[in-house]
Design a protein around this ligand. Structure first.
Ligand code: SAH
Length: 218
């Protein structure tokens, strides 16, 4: 995949990577992916100058691109080796999608807003992320056709684990999902061990609500 490291963003991007390391991100492959994906292209022009701050930013339709630390931590928890099939719910800006594309074999990503998905498609083409398929729809139902998945990452807060996502998780697979109310959640990591899902609470999180059949009503 191409890396658009424009000189004006080189310094800020370096500093972001140092900040992420200071905050405890250790996985070098995750840091390398962050170094290679041009975050400034995934945010609206009005906030481009802030693209390498460690903060969430608005992306339109009332949605946000998550804070880089949140992406880095989430992806680190998935412990990707490059061989996985990954399902992402909530494409949004497609920045995390592009990171996942660097770190896994195949990414399947679902978004419910047509305008966001159109833009995501353009961005993924621009960074030449060829191992990504996107779908417009309700991600709480998963994407049965290509499952089961070795990793599933939900980028919006859910009241509970959507049953379809649990069903589409492969043996040993990891499902990362914020669970709680509409404002605050606990980032939760579930790992499939046969019929049982091991559950580990990672920490408090604040995501936009997951809207759909297995989420919140719109
Ligand atoms: N990782 C993205 C997160 C965007 S915010 C980024 O950093 O840019 C969460 C996204 O989830 C929003 O774009 C929202 O529209 C989407 N979303 C919420 N409920 C959804 C659902 N049921 N199916 C698919 N996408 C959903």
């Amino acid at each position: 995949m191409a890396s658009a490291v424009e000189p004006e963003f080189r310094g800020p991007r370096r500093r972001l990577i140092e900040t992420l390391q200071d905050k405890g991100i250790k996985d070098l492959s995750v840091l390398r992916a962050i170094d290679q994906v041009p975050r400034h292209l995934f945010v609206p022009p009005s906030v481009r100058h802030r693209a390498y701050e460690d903060s969430a930013l608005p992306i339109g339709n009332g949605q946000t691109i998550s804070q880089p630390f949140a992406h880095a931590r989430a992806i680190e928890l998935l412990m990707l080796t490059g061989r996985e099939r990954v399902l992402e719910i909530g494409t949004g800006s497609a920045y995390q999608t592009a990171l996942l594309a660097h770190l896994s074999a195949q990414v399947f990503s679902i978004e419910r807003f047509p305008a966001l998905l159109d833009r995501a498609r353009l961005m993924l083409a621009q960074v030449q992320a060829r191992n990504v398929s996107v779908l417009l729809g309700d991600g709480t139902l998963g994407w049965r056709e290509y499952g089961p998945y070795d990793a599933i990452v939900v980028s919006a807060g859910a009241p509970a684990v959507p049953p379809a996502l649990e069903e589409q998780l492969a043996e040993g697979g990891r499902l990362l999902i914020p669970i709680g109310d509409r404002e605050e959640q606990v980032l939760t990591l579930l790992t499939r061990r046969g019929q049982v899902l091991d559950r580990r609470d990672i920490g408090p999180a604040r995501f936009v609500p997951l809207i759909g059949a297995g989420g919140w009503p719109s």
